[in-house]
Structures are given as C-alpha cells and as structure tokens.
Design a protein around this ligand. Structure first.
Ligand code: AMP
Ligand code: MG
Length: 421
C-alpha cells in the first residue's frame, strides 16, 4: 500500500509556516508498514485542491490530507472532497452537537460559520475530534485507472489535533486495512570527523541501491548520518535484519560514530564526563560561547560544565586567560600556539579537568591567502598536556561557528574515548 500526504494551506505554500505534519505522518505510516510515495503541498484554492486530490487518488491507495477543515472561507478541504467524489455536502447532526457543546463549555456563542464543520461529502464518515471543532473525514473514492478504491482521510491542520486524531482513531483503522503490511523501522547513526564521501567509501557495499536493509547517508552541518531502513513482518524481524548492518557500520567507522537518533556531540561528551566524574571549562573566541551553550543543553551538564569565557578581544585572551602577548605577536591570534595557550590558561583558572578553546575566522570578510575565511583551531588542555586541531571550513559565518563548536566537542570526545576510565 503506497500513500500520498497532502498538506493544504496558503501559509505553507507562501513559506510562512513549515509543513511539519507531513514529516510526522510519514514517520507514523512507516511504523505500520505503509510507505509514502508523495508529499504534496497546496494553497487554499478550491480548483487546485480538487486537481491535487484527483491526481493523488489515482496514483495512491491511501491519501492523508491535513488542513483546510476550519470554519473560515479559506478552509476548502470538505468542498474539494465533495467535488472530487462528485457528491453533495450533507449535514451531520452529531458533529454539529459536538461543536455546539465545545462552545457552550467555554461559555461562548457559536458563530454561524462553524456550522460548515458539520457538513460532510455524502457517503463519507465523520471522524470525531475530541480536541477541537474540526471533525476529520474518512471516505473512499473510486480510482479511474483501477477498479479498487482509494481511501482518503482528511484531518485538521493544527498539529496537536492532527496527531491526536491519527494516534487515537486513524492508525487503528489503517492497520486493519493493511494487515500484512508489516513494519518499517529506522535507525539513525550519527558520525563526525570525516566527509560524506569518505564515510561512504567505507560502507559502499551497504549503501548500494537494492541493499536490504536500505542504508542511506545524509550530511547536515558537518554531521554525517547513516539511516538504516528495514522492512519486515514484525518489529522483531526488522530489528534482527538491522542488527548485523548496524554492527558492521560501527565496526568499520569506529570512533567516527558518536551517537544514535537525535544524539549530538555534546550528549556524548557529557555522558563520558559523567561516567568519569570529570569537568570541563571553555575559552571561546570564534564560537563566542557556542561550545558552552551546547554542553549546557544536555540535562545533567551542571555536574561537568564549570563555566566558560567568551574571549573575543585580544585583551581578554591575555588578561583573563594569561596568553602571552609575545605569542600573539609571533603567531597571530588564529594559530595553534594561541588556541593551546587559551586552553591551558582556561583549565588552570577554572580548575577544570579539561578546557576547550576556539579561534578562527568566521568571515565573511577579513580573509588573507595565508589565513582564509573558515580557518579555525580548536584547543584541548588536560592534566598532562595540550593539543589542537585545525580545519578550514567552507560555509557561512553561522556554519563556520557551528562546525567549529563541533570540532572542539569532538576533540574532547575522542580524547575521553582513548583515556582509560
Ligand atoms: P487549518 O486546519 O488549515 O485551519 O490549519 C490550522 C493551523 O494549523 C494553521 O494555521 C497552521 O498553523 C497549522 N498547520 C496547518 N497545516 C500544517 C502543516 N502541514 N504542518 C504544520 N502546521 C500546520
Ligand atoms: Mg488553513
């Protein structure tokens, strides 16, 4: 069974709001073994809506629609569905009673317009909405090319109402339509420290088209994620398919892998520090506090993160961190020598087990042939030494800052992984 998801709303096509409903619904459908072939987004326009619904009903066995079920004049989904099925809209008393009751509970009188929310294409089934005035619509539409029918389900656009309606009512009904559909399960493995193509080189046999389970690779802000997608009759079988692939990936990529699903580098760093009951402090120039901010996002960071200094100005580097003026004159601020001196100074001033430091040129201006925009250094000081890593990022100012914060966090992660506990 292949599905299409349609989001209706001019606020989506204009770019004002992001269509998050489609993303959420695709994930839920995958869990019950229904794969999604199309995402379509359309403005609040009756003719366009009918045309898009018609195309979807011809090519997909299931069409999930969100949005356009409100009481206002731009809410056209129910009219478009009636035109698609070539039927009239009919009044449904129980839905009307529910809408009236919602207003009465809040001691408000019901505007006349809300009456349209109790209208349904003839032959359609209302889906009650416990959390709002817009009931959903469940209907079946003939397919022109095929004698079988297409199931069309319209749900409210408000994400909380859509999610509740799907979880509490639509999901069960879809499961009964697709009994042998099995499940699709996904796992995301996150890596940092090599480029997308370098990582793919190591797992070419797994990412080739047609490999089962499917392995995909995506890069986002210098984090490379591998997504394993397994389809099987049930969850256990899918997990059994996935396990050897995940183990192979972890074996080949080693310490490039830092986490799973939504885990970030800071989660890995805080986790390792917590296990060892050790602390970190930061001295940040180019990242202006981003390393400390990310560490602070992790629950439990207070046990490990002592604090940080945004050392943007040279005077702060020398006076607060004790970087010798002569070192800056000799090497320039953007240098391994200075970033290492910052880390050493930071570690002793904070009394931390580790200190992370950053310098670099985030641009867009100020680059020279010797020190181009994107050249950065990340320093790490520990009880027995200091080291630094350099990288030359391409990207916008924000991207260079973000990736440099990752470079710094990753240097501590790698150091902690090599140290005996
Ligand atoms: P509607 O049911 O079309 O009146 O939508 C109500 C509100 O839900 C809109 O104003 C949006 O803020 C939100 N919404 C509608 N569709 C989506 C969508 N696809 N993704 C995220 N939010 C949405
Ligand atoms: Mg709308």
């Amino acid at each position: 069974m292949k599905a299409e998801i349609i989001s209706v709303g001019s606020e989506l096509t204009s770019g004002q709001n992001l269509d998050t409903n489609s993303q959420w619904l695709s994930q839920r459908l995958a869990e019950i073994g229904i794969s999604v072939g199309w995402h379509t987004t359309i403005a609040d326009d009756l003719v366009d809506d009918v045309a898009a619904f018609r195309v979807a009903a011809q090519r997909a066995a299931l069409v999930l629609i969100t949005g356009g079920l409100g009481p206002t004049q731009d809410d056209l989904t129910r009219d478009a569905l009636a035109r698609l099925a070539e039927v009239e809209l009919v009044f449904h008393q129980p839905s009307f009673d529910h809408i009236q009751q919602l207003f009465a509970q809040r001691h408000r009188s019901m505007p006349e317009r809300n009456r349209v929310q109790a209208l349904f294409p003839a032959g359609a089934e209302p889906i009650p909405n416990a959390y709002g005035t817009a009931p959903g619509i469940w209907m079946s539409v003939g397919r022109i090319s095929n004698p079988s029918h297409c199931i069309v389900v319209a749900m409210p656009g408000v994400p909380s109402e859509m999610k509740a309606m799907f979880d509490e009512q639509v999901r069960e009904r879809l499961l009964s339509l697709n009994p042998a559909g099995g499940v699709l399960t996904q796992r995301k493995i996150n890596c940092f420290g090599a480029g997308e193509s370098a990582i793919e080189q190591k797992i070419m046999d797994l990412t080739r088209r047609g490999h089962s389970p499917e392995v995909g690779i995506t890069a986002s802000d210098a984090t490379i994620s591998l997504r394993i997608l397994a389809r099987a009759a049930n969850l256990l079988e899918a997990q059994l398919q996935m396990l050897p692939v995940e183990m192979t990936i972890r074996e080949r990529l080693g310490s490039l892998v830092f986490g799973e699903e939504e885990e970030e580098l800071q989660d890995a760093v805080i986790g390792l520090l917590q296990e060892r009951r050790q602390t970190v402090a930061t001295a940040e120039s180019v990242t202006a506090g981003l390393v400390a901010h990310r560490l602070g996002q992790v629950p439990g960071a207070s046990a490990c993160l002592l604090g940080g200094i945004v050392a943007y100005d040279t005077r702060i580097k020398t006076e607060l961190l004790g970087v010798p003026q002569s070192l800056i004159q000799e090497h320039g601020v953007i240098s391994a020598a200075v970033v290492e001196a910052m880390a050493v100074g930071c570690r002793s001033r904070f009394g931390a087990d580790f200190a992370l430091s950053t310098v670099g040129l985030a641009g867009p201006g100020g680059g020279t042939p010797e020190k181009p925009v994107g050249l950065v250094y990340a320093g790490l000081a520990w009880d027995a030494g200091v080291a630094s890593r350099s990288y030359n990022w391409l990207g916008t100012r924000a991207e260079i800052q973000s990736r440099t914060a990752k470079l710094a966090l990753n240097s501590l992660r790698l150091h902690l992984l090599q140290m005996p506990e």
